[in-house]
Ligand binder design. Structure first.
Ligand code: DGL
Length: 253
């Protein structure tokens, strides 16, 4: 059985998976969360590349014919290497949505919420150099937001205080666009919207459209179930999938 393979370090990639399900409703997917090794955003690039290689091997062994790196951190560290290594499979990655933010800003200031590894990456530097020369970019690595989403603590006063802290420099500088450059963060959109006037930019719908464009021609729609795997705790992951994208699923180990 062929599937679209979708990978993230944790539950963040579910924000991309949700869009893939909306856009391609009858195409089976297989989602792999490497929660044992989370957070990727605090790891070194070589380490991330090795983990992504392992995850890609896992997805291919389970029938993936397209791979979506639904993780900015994984994409920044290893998209090019992975494409070279598994040249027979289309690989779709995430790129911080700095371009639309720089095009839309009226105030000339944009914010980027991301992970430490993505903020330090060559991919991020190139995207900013290429698309955001004319605007001020406030980059905030926000690892505690990943933890908030993984732990389901976003609706607590502590969670709100953490979000406020990351948004403060952007709000103070008058940013009117905030790029969600980590796939965990769209799950905080409702909370963030209460704490900033800025528009939030989530690239997941665009990524789902890109997945549709690269699907091999023999990818027939079926009613095969979507599959879910985690390297972490399957029960906790099952609850997260239900809470975050409303799907009651069985998690395989
Ligand atoms: N979801 C990942 C991303 O988009 C980051 C989470 C992590 O640090 O593992 O960058």
């Amino acid at each position: 059985m062929t599937h679209i393979g979708v990978f993230d370090s944790g539950v963040g990639g579910l924000s991309v998976l949700r869009e893939i399900h909306r856009h391609l409703p009858h195409i089976p997917t297989i989602y792999y969360a490497d929660q044992v090794h989370l957070p990727y955003g605090q790891r070194q690039p070589d380490d991330i590349r090795q983990l992504v290689e392992n995850a890609a091997d896992f997805l291919i062994a389970h029938g993936a014919q397209v791979i979506v790196l639904a993780c900015h951190t994984a994409s920044a560290a290893s998209l090019h290497e992975l494409r070279a290594r598994v040249a027979h499979i289309p690989i779709v990655g995430m790129e911080p949505a700095v371009k639309p933010a720089a095009e839309r800003t009226q105030s000339g200031v944009i914010g980027v919420l991301t992970t430490s590894a993505t903020a330090k990456s060559g991919l991020y530097r190139r995207v900013v150099e290429r698309f955001a020369q004319h605007v001020r970019v406030i980059t905030e690595p926000a690892p505690a937001l990943v933890t908030l989403v993984e732990s389901g603590m976003q609706n607590t006063p502590e969670g709100e205080a953490i979000m406020k802290g990351y948004l403060q420099p952007m709000n103070d500088a008058g940013a009117d666009q905030i790029v969600l450059a980590c796939t965990h963060f769209p799950f905080l959109a409702d909370n963030l919207k209460r704490l900033t006037q800025a528009e939030l930019i989530d690239p997941s719908a665009a990524v789902a459209r890109q997945v549709a464009r690269v699907l091999p021609g023999d990818f027939a729609p079926t009613s095969a179930p979507h599959l879910y795997y985690t390297s972490g705790d399957p029960d906790a992951f099952q609850q997260s999938v239900k809470a975050l994208i409303g799907e009651a699923v069985r998690v395989n180990v």
